[in-house]
Ligand binder design. Sequence first.
Ligand code: XMP
Length: 503
Amino acid sequence: MILVLDFGGQYNQLIARRVRENNVYCEVHTALSIEKIRELNPEGIILTGGPQSVYKEDSLLPPMEIFNLGVPILGICYGAQAMANVLGGEVKPAQVSEYGKTEIEVVSASRLFAGVNKKFVAWMSHTDKIFTAPENFIVTATSRDCPIAAMENPAKNFYAVQFHPEVVHTVEGAKIFSNFVDICGCKRDWKMSSFVAGTINQLKNKIGDGKVLCALSGGVDSSVAAVLLSKAVGKNLTCVFVDHGLLRKNEAAEVEEVFSKFDLNFIKVDAGARFLGKLRGVVEPERKRKIIGEEFIRVFEEVSKKIGAVDYLVQGTIYPDVIESGLGKSAVIKSHHNVGGLPDFVDFKEIVEPLRLLFKDEVRQAGRELGLPENIVSRQPFPGPGLGIRIIGEVTAEKIKIVQDADAIYREEISKAGVKNLAQYFAALTNMRSVGVMGDGRTYDYAIALRAVLTSDFMTAEAAQIPWEVLSVVANRIVNEIKGVNRVLYDCTSKPPATIEFE
Ligand code: XMP
């Protein structure tokens, strides 16, 4: 097992999944005592990035004693600075902060960089840097503005990198993790099937013969969560599909059709009018998310009262939902409706989130292990708050219809053109109206924005290059077929600095 000590960076679970990709079990913990760490008996420790500065008084630092455990340690970004600081090096604010893609040059032989190109592009994101390496450390890599981009004490197997090997933009990142796993001497025998079997067992033990309600959206995450639960508790599970009126065109009917074929207790609740009422006049994205999150819970509570004696509510929350909603010392990016969007009081004994630590592609893998059909497992993600966060500004019935129709046209044309490998693509309704001319007359209508991204983990993403011929057909159809739209824009921004959804 490799232990990841979490200092609040945005990419921390990404570190865990890079370790899991090497078939090594991994746990992420925050602020552990040395006794706890000894108990876990890790074969290696990774110190993550984080938003703090090691030289500030209230900063969280790893316990000094981890450096006497005799296990390899890898510090990443803040983790590298923390290692430098604890072992007697010097960390100070950098004159030049580095953000984004940066060229790294390996300057001396290192087991961590075995088989890695001498020069490679890495993802940097830091405002402090290591000025002096601790005693017995050698510098193993540099960048233009960071003379100590990597350092190590090879005798003790302590490694520190200022860049982020866990993000896909660091081209040699996977190799670096693979090398670290080898340095730790891990056996590489952990698999997704172990996760599935282990989780079903844990759920059985926890829930026993209690009754469970599963919030099912028809998306990959909640479908996988539902099947996991049904394997654990069988008929004590009831899946509730809430049609909040913010779904894609025809989606409610499609979800109902798919799940009526499964051997599950399935209930659909039509709640469109109720959600729309709550959202009337609300424009602030976080407020919208919280309102939708709360309303979901209220609907589930009502269904649960009808069923009677339901203890647990299951949600298909996955890791990017958790981290972007703010966790520990991480910053809040968005309150994902099923995490930060939860109301303070929830009338269930407990909320169970069996996929909380997995990434989207790992969830798909788990779904395949569980025998879910490929058309569900490979569905593109759809956010819980639905079109509510793809309509910028106030949500109205008219705007929902516009964005549903635009999105349906976009999906139809993408599928007709056979554009492959898009992780997610959709239409959003900007709150911008602009002047156009149609049939010799002036229009003052909305602009639709089209988005398509490439990503595997949804933490970072690139805008996809959709062929121009496809985009122009989509744009033409949208303005011709949908009343109230006279302009179509394509979103070329990556994440970061943008996010995938608009709100
Ligand atoms: P962002 O917009 O944060 O989206 O870059 C990352 C991924 O998460 C999805 N998303 C959500 N999923 N509840 C969900 O279940 C939410 O509140 C939520 N907000 C965003 C988004 O569609 C993308 O796949």
